[in-house]
Design a protein around this ligand. Structure first.
Ligand code: NAI
Length: 406
């Protein structure tokens, strides 16, 4: 391998907490400002074993194929669609992310919006900015005793459930899975049942075929005229034109929207939205999960996953390769980390090579998904390099790494 004075390259101003953690784990870090692309990215990856990125660095098939030493990609964010996951798996490169580190941040913002919509805080603040004193109790309500309808009762939805009950709200929820209620929350069998009774409906579902335009004209029509809608999930879940019509006609009373069908890729780009200028509508630029605390937690979570992968070969929680983990390697054992094509007979070929060298296998775990298999094997010290060279050059081998006794 080409020599490098670092083990991991961090791009896109990843939170500095990552450096601290990676350094504690003995990894040497290089940084580059901002995101890199094209030839510049490929050049920096030429000698790098691992890379840390956020959402802007495009790890395309070409970039991956031209980075022969790359073993792991850490996405210091939630999404992984900036990485060609299949190309990475084809090359035995493990991809890690941090799917739930910003759960609390989204939950807190949603709670702020529930209260703000009930008190029309944004309208009143906007008028005052324009020099208009508008002191009135009209359309202003406490949230205590009102009903919150949560659609999607996963990590975020269930956390909001707990926080909302602590404010004295009644909570109902609807999920396609049968999930346990938190506190006194009550499940609704159908979305319609939830829409009928809710004073605020908040969406926390993933983007899937089943959630596309989940809230359209019929659902908005079904909501109470005094109710509000919050979408901090994904832009495809709400039909924004239908929402504008519903707000203008008074069939619902307010909305808070953080996510849009099309979002600008950078802060310097223009943004247009059918809801702009409407009363009691809070628009935020996809910041539900964007807090310093979330960034710090993401940095810590992904750094730990990367360091564990590097030191032990563990791929648990990887988003694209089989999840394999073995207990700590005894100090006198060799650990072989072997990605290979998922075809019959590879394991027996590997065992035969090890047996020929009269060495015991003390632990092993193999898992396959699709066309890829990943094996972690611990065995005694192998004399010479013959066995390892033969394992690495099996026809089916995609990538092999060896952790040796100190
Ligand atoms: P999760 O996977 O923990 O929960 C999603 C829940 O939705 C699951 O319980 C699932 O069964 C349920 N669900 C799926 N389809 C449904 C349907 N058609 N009807 C009812 N329930 C359905 O996900 P998590 O972490 O709670 O995130 C929820 C959403 O929030 C995701 O779309 C995520 O992308 C988005 N998000 C937005 C952020 C922002 O900055 N605004 C930040 C973080 C997440």
């Amino acid at each position: 391998m080409a020599t490098s004075d670092s083990d991991i390259l961090l791009l896109e101003s990843i939170h500095s907490g990552a450096d601290e953690l990676l350094a504690q784990e003995g990894l040497r870090i290089a940084r580059a400002d901002g995101s890199l692309e094209g030839e510049e990215l490929i050049e920096r990856l030429a000698t790098t074993r691992m890379v840390g990125i956020r959402s802007k660095t495009g790890m395309t098939r070409e970039v991956i194929e031209r980075s022969p030493h790359l073993q792991a990609i850490g996405c210091f964010c939630i999404g992984t669609n900036q990485v060609d996951l299949e190309a990475a798996a084809d090359h035995g490169i493990s991809v890690f992310n941090s799917p739930f580190s910003n759960t609390r941040s989204v939950a807190e913002m949603t709670l702020a919006e529930i209260i703000s919509l009930h008190r029309r805080l944004f309208d009143r603040s906007m008028r005052l900015h324009q020099g208009r004193w508008d002191k009135s109790a009209a359309s202003a309500h406490e949230v205590r005793g009102r009903t919150l309808g949560i659609v999607g009762y996963g990590h975020i939805g269930s956390q909001i459930s707990v926080l909302a009950e602590s404010l004295g709200m009644r909570v109902v929820y609807h999920d396609i899975l049968s999930v346990m209620p938190m506190g006194n929350a009550r499940p609704c069998r159908t979305l319609d049942d939830l829409l009928d009774v809710s004073d605020v409906v908040t969406l926390h579902v993933p983007e899937t075929e089943g959630t596309r335009n989940l809230i359209g004209p019929a659902e908005l029509e079904r909501m109470k005229p005094t109710a509000a809608l919050i979408n901090n999930a994904r832009g495809s879940v709400v039909d924004l034109d239908a929402l504008r019509t519903a707000l203008e006609s008074g069939s619902i009373a307010g909305a808070a929207i953080d996510v849009y069908p099309v979002e600008p890729r950078s802060n310097s780009m223009e943004f247009a939205c059918p809801l702009a200028g409407l009363d009691n509508v809070i628009l935020t630029p996809h910041i539900g999960g964007s807090t310093q605390e979330a960034q710090e937690q993401i940095a810590a979570e992904v750094a730990v996953k990367i360091a564990r992968f590097d030191h032990t070969g563990t791929t648990t929680t990887s988003v694209n390769v089989p999840e394999v983990e073995l207990p700590v390697r005894p100090p006198d054992q060799v650990r072989i980390l072997h990605f290979h094509r998922n075809v019959p007979g590879v394991l027996s070929k590997m065992h035969a090579i090890i047996a020929e060298h009269e060495v015991n296998i003390t632990a092993e775990y193999l898992r396959s998904t699709g066309t890829l298999s990943y094996l972690i094997m611990d065995c005694g010290r192998l004399k010479g390099t013959d066995a390892l060279e033969r394992l690495a050059s099996l026809d089916e081998t995609i990538r092999m790494r060896v952790l040796r006794p100190d």
